[in-house]
Design a binder for this molecule. Structure first.
Ligand code: MSP
Length: 639
C-alpha cells in the first residue's frame, strides 16, 4: 500500500523579547503559503510555529524591564497569536519553549546524547554574541582582535570562560559533507548551500551547549547549575512540537517527522544547516528534506529589526491594506532568495495594478456583464473555439509552471506565472468584446463568460495559499467554494467543464488611498529636475506584445513601412513605422514586438495608424525593435 502523502512545515521560533514585526511576519507567511499549497491539494499538513523563550538575550531584556523572565515572555504571546490570526496564519500548533512538554523532551534528549557519548563535560573560553546567542569560532574573527564584532549582526561580543557541556560537533564533519553532497536540494537557494559546505570543509569545533553564568534556561539533567544553551534547546522544538519523547505521541511523531520544509532567514543558516542536522544524526533521526532560506526585509542598508528601531508594524499595514494584500506583497515583491526593500509605494502599486486592475477589474467586468444581460447561470459548455482552447492550454501550462516553483519555494516566481495567465485572460476577454458580442451572438457571449470564469477559477485556486480570504470571495462570486477534502489543483487540471453561478459582490480589491503620494509630494517639489512619472501616467498607456504578420513598403514614403499586427484581437491592426531605411519587410514578418495599443489613431499616408511600435536606436542610429524575452501570446500586456 502506498504511504499517504503528508507535509510538515515549520517557521523559526521567534525570540519572545518584543512584539512581532514585518520581518517575523515574513517567515511566517512563507511557511503558511507552503502549508496552504499542500492543504489545497488535500495533503495532510502540519504547520508548527512558536516562540523561543529561554537564554541570555531574553533574560537581559526581561531584566531591563525589571520583570521576571517568564512574566516578561508571557506578555508577548497574545501579540503573536493575535497577529497570526489576523494574517490568516493557519498553524497547527504554537509551541513555546517554556512548555513543560518541550522542557522534558529536551532533557530526555540531553541524557540520550550523554549516554551515547555525543555530549561530554569540558570547559569553554571564547567570544559570545548575546543578541545572536552564538559562540564565535576562530573563523569568525582575526586572531588577537580585542572584542571582535559578531560576523552576523556586527554588534560587540564578550569573553566567556566557564565549565560547560560540549556536543561533539567535530565528529560529524564528514557525515555532514556527505549528506550535503547526497542531498543537493537540502538547502534552497543553492548559493547558501555553497557557503555552508565551505564553512564545514573549513573544520568544525565541538559546540558548547550549556551555560553556568545564566539561569534562565532548561536545567541540564543531573547538573542543575548548568542550563542548556538556547540553540540546543530551541532547535529541538521542531521535534518536541510533534511529540518527540512524549508519552502517547510516538505515532504522531513518526507520522510527521522528518520535516518536509523548514523556513528560516539567512541569519540562522549555520544553526539549521550544521548544528541541527548534526543533532539529529546523533539522535538517530532522519534529517529535514528542505531548508528554505529567505533573505532579509531591509530598510535602507539595514535589516529590519526591533532593536534597530526600523521595524514596520504589521498591525498598521493591516488597517490600511488588509491581510491578503500584504501577504501578496511579501510573497510577490520580495524574491525569496534575496534581500528586499520594504516600500509602501511598491505595496500600493502592487495592490493597484496587480490586484485591483488585473484581477479585480476582470472579475468585476465579467460579473457586471453577466448580471446586466441575465447570464449569471452558466452551464457546462459543449464546445470551445480555438481562442478558448488556447486560453485553457495557457491555464494548464500555468498550473505546471506554478507547481514547479511552489515546490522549490520560489513563491515570487510562481506568482508571476499566475499574472501571465491573468494578462492572457484579460487580452482574451478584451479581444472577444463581449459587450458587443451579446448583441450579435449570445452563445459566443456565454462561452466568453464561461471561459473567463474557468480561468478565474484556476487563478483562485493557485492564489488561495497566498490570499485565502480574497480567493474565497472570488470563488463565491462564481458560485464555487473551497472545502477541505478535495484536491483542487487536480481539479483545475481537467477539461473545462464547470458550471458557474455568478454573483457580483463588492469590489474585490479597493485601490489604496495614495497615502505615500501625499508624503512624497513635498520631496517632488524640492527636486523639480527629476521628471518622475507617476504610476497613473504609466497605467494610462497600454504596452502590448503583438506579432507582425504582414509588412510592406509604403511606395510614396521614404521612411514608412506598413505593418499588419496581431495584438490578440479579433481583427489585425494597421500600424505604420518609420524604419524603412533600415529594414526589409521580410526582416520583420513573424517577429514579436512591443506596441502602444491605446494611442489615439493617426492618419498617415491617407490611412489610419492604429498604434505605435516601440524601438530604440542602437549605437549606429538604427532602430532596434523592443521585444520580449520569449514568445508570449499576442495582446500580452506589459506591466
Ligand atoms: N529564536 C531564533 C530562531 C530559533 S529557531 C529554532 C531567532 N529568532 S528571531 O526572532 O530573531 O528571528 C526569527 C526569524 O525571523 C529568522 O528567520 C529571521 O531571519 C526572521 N527575521 C527577523 N527579522 C527579519 C527581517 N528583517 N527580514 C526577514 N526576516 C527576518 O533567530
Amino acid at each position: 500500500m502506498s504511504e499517504k502523502k503528508k507535509f510538515y512545515v515549520t517557521t523559526p521560533i521567534y525570540y519572545a523579547t518584543a512584539r512581532p514585526h514585518l520581518g517575523t511576519l515574513y517567515s511566517t507567511v512563507l511557511a503558511d503559503i507552503s502549508a496552504r499549497w499542500h492543504k489545497i491539494q488535500n495533503i495532510d499538513t502540519f504547520f508548527l510555529t512558536g516562540t523561543d523563550e529561554y537564554g541570555q538575550k531574553v533574560a537581559q531584556a526581561a531584566e531591563a524591564e525589571n520583570k521576571d523572565p517568564k512574566d516578561f515572555v508571557d506578555g508577548f504571546i497574545d501579540a503573536y497569536k493575535d497577529l497570526w490570526k489576523k494574517y490568516e496564519i493557519d498553524y497547527s500548533h504554537f509551541i513555546r519553549t517554556t512548555d513543560d512538554a518541550h522542557l522534558q523532551a529536551v532533557q530526555y534528549w540531553l541524557v540520550e546524547l550523554q549516554r551515547k557519548g555525543d555530549i561530554y563535560k569540558g570547559a569553554y573560553e571564547g567570544w559570545y554574541c548575546t543578541p545572536c546567542e552564538t559562540y564565535l569560532t576562530e573563523k569568525d574573527f582575526e586572531k588577537g582582535t580585542k572584542e571582535p564584532a559578531c560576523p552576523s549582526c556586527e554588534r560587540s561580543t564578550k569573553w566567556v570562560s566557564e565549565e560547560c557541556f560540549f556536543f561533539k560537533l567535530s565528529a560529524y564533519q564528514d557525515r555532514l559533507l556527505r549528506f550535503y553532497k547526497d542531498n543537493p536540494d537540502f538547502i534552497t537557494p543553492k548559493e547558501r548551500a555553497a557557503e555552508v559546505v565551505k564553512f564545514v570543509e573549513g573544520g568544525l569545533q565541538d559546540l558548547s551547549i550549556s551555560r553556568t553564568t545564566i539561569s534562565w534556561g532548561i536545567p541540564f539533567p543531573d547538573s542543575e547549575h548548568h542550563v542548556t544553551y538556547v540553540w540546543a534547546d530551541a532547535l529541538n522544538n521542531y521535534i518536541t512540537g510533534i511529540g518527540y519523547a512524549q508519552e502517547g505521541r510516538k505515532e504522531e511523531f513518526e507520522k510527521w517527522w522528518p520535516a518536509d520544509m523548514q523556513v528560516i532567514g539567512k541569519d540562522i543558516v549555520r544553526f539549521h544547516a550544521i548544528y541541527w542536522p548534526a543533532f539529529l544524526m546523533a539522535s538517530g533521526l532522519k534529517l529535514p528534506k528542505q531548508l528554505l532560506v529567505h533573505g532579509w526585509i531591509k530598510m535602507g542598508d539595514h535589516k529590519m529589526s526591533k532593536s534597530r528601531g526600523n521595524a514596520v508594524d504589521p498591525q498598521e499595514l493591516l488597517k490600511n491594506y488588509g491581510a491578503d494584500a500584504v501577504r501578496y506583497y511579501l510573497a510577490r515583491q520580495i524574491a525569496v532568495t534575496q534581500d528586499g526593500q520594504f516600500s509602501i509605494k511598491d505595496l500600493e502599486q502592487r495592490i493597484e495594478s496587480d490586484l485591483a486592475n488585473d484581477l479585480g477589474n476582470l472579475l468585476n467586468r465579467m460579473a457586471t456583464l453577466a448580471e446586466k444581460h441575465d447570464a449569471t447561470s452558466l452551464k457546462e459548455q459543449s464546445s470551445w473555439t480555438p481562442g478558448e482552447e488556447a486560453l485553457r492550454a495557457a491555464a494548464h501550462a500555468t498550473i505546471k509552471d506554478f507547481t514547479q516553483e511552489m515546490e522549490r519555494g520560489f513563491y515570487h516566481m510562481a506568482l508571476s506565472h499566475v499574472w501571465k495567465l491573468l494578462n492572457q485572460t484579460n487580452a482574451y476577454f478584451h479581444s472577444q468584446e463581449p459587450w458587443k458580442l451579446v448583441k450579435s451572438d449570445r452563445e459566443a457571449f456565454i462561452r466568453t463568460l464561461s471561459a473567463t470564469c474557468h480561468s478565474l477559477e484556476t487563478t483562485a485556486v493557485l492564489l488561495w495559499p497566498v490570499m485565502p480570504k480574497k480567493m474565497e470571495t472570488l470563488f463565491a462570486s462564481i458560485g464555487h467554494s473551497i472545502k477541505p477534502g478535495t484536491n483542487y489543483v487536480e481539479r483545475i487540471k481537467g477539461s473545462w467543464n464547470s458550471s458557474f453561478t455568478i454573483k457580483k459582490g463588492s469590489t474585490l480589491f479597493e485601490k489604496p488611498e495614495k497615502i505615500e503620494e501625499k508624503e512624497t509630494k513635498k520631496e517632488t517639489v524640492e527636486e523639480p529636475k527629476k521628471n518622475f512619472a507617476k504610476i497613473d501616467d504609466f497605467v494610462k498607456l497600454e504596452f502590448r506584445v503583438g506579432t507582425i504578420i504582414e509588412c510592406e513598403e509604403v511606395a510614396k514614403s521614404e521612411k514608412l513601412l506598413k505593418l499588419k499586427v496581431d495584438l490578440g484581437e479579433e481583427s489585425v491592426r494597421t500600424i505604420f513605422s518609420g524604419i524603412k531605411e533600415w529594414y526589409q519587410p521580410a526582416d520583420l514578418i513573424g517577429k514579436q514586438a512591443v506596441f502602444i495599443a491605446n494611442l489615439k489613431p493617426r492618419k498617415m499616408m491617407g490611412e489610419e495608424s492604429q498604434g505605435m511600435m516601440l524601438c530604440c536606436d542602437d549605437e549606429t542610429g538604427k532602430p532596434c525593435l523592443s521585444t520580449v524575452q520569449y514568445p508570449v501570446p499576442n495582446g500580452s500586456l506589459l506591466t
